[in-house]
Design a protein around this ligand. Structure first.
Ligand code: NI
Length: 173
């Protein structure tokens, strides 16, 4: 495995739309493993391929599967490797949270997101999968899928600021 370089603003790759993945080969497996390693090293809870300069519709996430697990000290986090993800259902209920982005160091912003989303995608072997995400996990999915469309949280934020303290790793996506 190898760490990949995380690109930051103003790199124009972050504003472009990524292409669908069609090949589920060995190179993809290597890339996914590298993305997980890069996300952990950053550290962050999500990473989209455009953030390492690749315009492919690939996202990795490592977070608690259920919102109630966020409160438990020893709850394990789950890793998702998600290919060609699409939000197929989104709750009317919205929630506001403070996000950061590994590609926009030193800034956070208040962003309104759907409280729950259903995501249709493929797993690392090209098999269809469906994910129901609530709470912060739903936020991570929305933030990462935005990256695949060249959309950054700063474009959605109601306000953006430079935090005085270091940003919490769980905010970095
Ligand atoms: Ni981000």
């Amino acid at each position: 495995m190898a760490l990949r370089n995380i690109v930051t603003l103003p790199d124009p790759v972050l504003k472009r739309k990524a292409h669908a993945v069609t090949k589920f080969d060995k190179d993809l497996q290597t890339l996914l493993n590298d993305m997980v390693e890069t996300m952990r090293e950053a550290p962050g809870v999500g990473l989209a391929a455009p953030q390492i300069g690749l315009l492919e519709r690939i996202v990795v996430i490592e977070y608690f599967e259920k919102p109630e697990d966020e409160e438990k000290e020893d709850a394990p986090k789950k890793v998702w490797a998600v290919i060609n993800p699409e939000i197929v259902k989104a709750s009317e209920e919205m929630s506001i949270g403070v996000e950061g982005c590994l590609s926009i160091p030193g800034l956070v912003g208040e962003v309104e997101r759907h409280a729950e989303v259903h995501v249709k995608a493929m797993n690392r072997h090209g098999k269809p999968m469906k994910i129901k995400a609530k709470g912060w996990l739903a936020r991570i999915f929305q933030h990462e899928i935005d990256h695949l469309n060249g959309v950054l949280f700063t474009e959605r934020a109601t306000r953006v600021w430079q935090p005085k303290q270091e940003v919490d790793a769980e905010q970095e996506v």
